[in-house]
Ligand binder design. Structure first.
Ligand code: ZN
Length: 63
């Protein structure tokens, strides 16, 4: 999905395929819908594999 600025707002974990979608946030991790990836805490780790860190995530390419 894309955010209101029309930018890609999905970030993929290169290790396990987890996707953080800014429009959805991650309720399970306590991040509300609309939470920008850039505003996640610096110690954010992949909630699925807990191995990959925030800086490892890659933004989704436009389809
Ligand atoms: Zn992962």
């Amino acid at each position: 999905m894309r955010n209101m600025a029309g930018q890609v707002a999905e970030y993929h974990c290169p290790g396990c395929g987890y996707v953080y979608d800014e429009s959805l946030g991650d309720d399970h991790e306590g991040y509300p819908p609309g939470m920008p990836f850039a505003e996640l805490p610096d110690d954010f780790v992949c909630p699925a594999c807990s191995v990959r860190y925030k800086e490892d995530f890659v933004s989704a390419k436009p389809a």
